[in-house]
Design a protein around this ligand. Structure first.
Ligand code: ATP
Length: 598
């Protein structure tokens, strides 16, 4: 805080020096406004002593009239004060907004690969408004306290100097206690703002990556992390409230205790020769002027003041380094942490699985039995809308069957994954998801513990992503999803899946935008990768490359090798009808609606 104050003070001086004329105007209006403070006690004392108690009612009324006039003049002066205040406060807000925008743009240009700075939203809206309101409140209150205190002290002195002895000690003690709370309160305020920014950043990241969160089954982990951030903010708010309570104690000491002392010592003061009017005037100074001024000063300094200091510090030092939405990139200098190679892969078992998209809907899958052996490469084919994507979503655990059971590696598919890497699975859908960040961050999204550049190169070569990486400018080049074709997005998603430690990979037409040669290369890469592989095929050649093929046909499902299915499945025969063994690269779309009416 001391460093923040030291850094901000010269700027504040510069800002105020450039506005001397406005400050002088404010001081002039404030002086006029404070005349009613002086007369508020002095006029009352004279009205009582020289007027009503002396039997001169007229004189008393004149003094009261003068006091009332001072209040009206003070009110008019208040209008001038507010006009001057706007000239001081609005330039501050405009300057801060300009600075935040400039810093965020510089930050974005300097680090294009980083995720968008979501916390800047909090800076531009919440924090600049806090700075403006706090600064306005502070100027109003500080000015009011100085002129009110000067008017009251002058009044007390002119009524009876002894009054100062009763008022000043508790006032000073309370003010000191209050000053002692400023520093810890500023620290709490800073912690609260940090928690607020963390919350904005966290939710920004989650909103951007919702699709990945769901696809990876990370809802619980994401929710836990979000609750943690919310809890941090609540804790910071509670600590701030505790210090606000200490500040109330200081206000009692400085503002209420002098009133109590004055009342208790009133008989003694009267015996010392003070007039009843002087005691009443002193009471008026304490209750009507000093106590309200103190109250607002402490409130303003304790909350608005520390808030202003902290917010200005944050706004003028620029965006804090923030976590990317993607996992931290691994560097080639550091050895990559050990990630277990995918084991053979899990067994996938479906027993009497029935699934419908609603209680009254016709089941998409009905009583389906299927076993995919560890390390097996299964291709799923069938007409459009027959349920291929539904099947992969069920195996990934994204959907729950209405009846039956699905097990992966012997465990119910929707049971919590825990930390067992053999239970991990990755599903790449047809619409590949790519986010703003570097190529490396995109590829490592499912490898939170990182991977060496050599591993990235191996995966890119395997799936056929190498040419694209070169064209983009390497693994650390920024990636703008909007400039990539559908096929290029699919290549990135395939590279990401290939690098993931998941021993079960589900590709749901994940190569449909690639040309046949690129598709063959990518599918071979996954077939050679250890693990269980289930592919929803887009072309007949995909089926030919599989260990086994599952043909979904309405409520029937037939499984077998290519040759077996040619014999047993009329649908598969029909499907492969135009495929010629001597023309292996000729492609037939397996899901063409025209050939397979559902
Ligand atoms: N979220 C959903 N709500 C309701 N019905 C759905 C939903 N998703 C899919 N369906 C329906 O379920 C059936 C199976 O859809 P699915 O996407 O699994 O078929 P598919 O074989 O993968 O089709 P394609 O080859 O065209 O991708 C279709 O009739 C589809 O309209």
């Amino acid at each position: 805080m001391t460093t923040a104050t030291a850094r901000l003070l010269p700027r504040a001086r510069r800002f105020l020096r450039r506005r001397t004329r406005v400050l002088l105007l404010l001081a002039g209006w404030s002086l006029l406004e404070s005349a009613h403070t002086f007369l508020g006690g002095y006029g009352l004392a004279k009205a009582l002593d020289q007027g009503f108690l002396a039997g001169h009612t007229g004189v008393g009324l004149v003094w009261l009239g003068v006091t009332a006039l001072a209040v009206i003049v003070g009110g008019l002066a208040g209008r001038g004060v507010f006009r001057g205040l706007a000239d001081l406060v609005e330039p501050l807000r405009d300057g801060l907004v300009r600075q935040v925008v400039a810093r965020s743009l510089t930050h974005a240009v300097a680090q294009p690969a980083r995720a968008a700075d979501s916390a800047v939203v909090s800076r531009l809206t919440n924090q600049t408004e806090i700075a403006r309101d706090s600064f306005a409140g502070l100027v109003l209150v500080a000015r009011s306290f100085v002129f009110t205190a000067a008017g009251a002290v002058l009044g007390l002195l002119s009524l009876a100097p002894q009054l100062l002895l009763i008022v000043v000690p508790p006032l000073a003690a309370g003010l000191l206690l209050f000053l002692a709370t400023l520093r810890p309160m500023a620290a709490r305020q800073r912690a609260f703002l940090q928690a607020d920014e963390d919350l904005a950043t966290q939710f920004g990241a989650v909103a951007e990556g919702l699709r990945d969160v769901v696809a990876c089954g990370a809802q619980q982990r994401t929710a836990d992390r979000a609750y943690g951030v919310i809890e941090d903010e609540a804790r910071a708010a509670r600590q701030l409230a505790r210090w606000a309570a200490v500040r109330c104690l200081a206000l009692g000491l400085a503002g209420q205790l002098p009133i109590l002392l004055l009342l208790v010592t009133a008989p003694w003061l009267l015996r010392q020769g003070l007039t009843p009017g002087a005691v009443l005037g002193a009471l008026a100074y304490l209750t009507q002027s000093l106590l309200p001024a103190l109250h607002t000063l402490m409130n303003a300094l304790g909350s608005a003041g520390t808030r202003l200091l902290v917010v200005l510090d944050r706004l003028t030092t620029g965006p804090a380094p923030q976590p990317s939405t993607a996992p931290p990139p691994a560097t080639t200098q550091e050895p990559a942490p050990h990630v277990p190679a995918p084991p053979d892969g899990p067994r996938v078992e479906l027993r009497a699985v029935t699934f419908a998209y609603g209680p009254a809907a016709r089941p998409v899958l009905h009583d389906l039995d299927l076993t995919v052996e560890p390390g097996e490469h299964l291709v799923v084919v069938g007409p459009s809308g027959i349920g291929k994507s539904t099947l992969t979503a069920l195996v990934a655990g994204l959907l729950a069957p209405a009846h039956g059971e699905i097990r992966v590696a012997g465990r119910p598919v929707r049971a919590p994954l825990g930390t067992d890497p053999s239970l991990l699975r990755v599903l790449i859908p047809q619409q590949a998801y790519v986010f703003s960040g570097t190529v490396r961050e995109n590829l490592l999204y499912l490898r939170p513990d990182g991977a060496s550049t050599a591993a990235l190169e191996a995966a890119s070569d395997a799936v056929g992503l190498d040419a694209l990486v070169r064209r983009l400018g390497g693994f650390d080049a920024p990636l703008d999803p909007g400039t990539l074709s559908q096929g290029e997005r699919q290549l990135i998603a395939l590279g990401r899946a290939h690098l993931s430690p998941a021993p079960l990979v589900l590709l749901d037409e994940a190569t449909c935008h690639l040309d046949p040669a690129a598709e063959m290369r990518a599918e071979r890469a996954f077939a050679e990768r250890p693990g269980t592989l289930i592919v929803v095929a887009h072309r007949i050649t995909s089926a030919r490359r599989a260990d086994r093929i599952l043909v979904l046909d309405g409520n029937r499902a037939t499984c077998g090798t290519h040759d077996e299915l040619l014999e047993r499945s009329p649908l598969y025969r029909d499907l492969a009808g135009s495929w010629q063994p001597d023309a292996p690269e000729r492609e037939e779309n397996l899901t063409a609606k025209s050939r397979f009416p559902v």
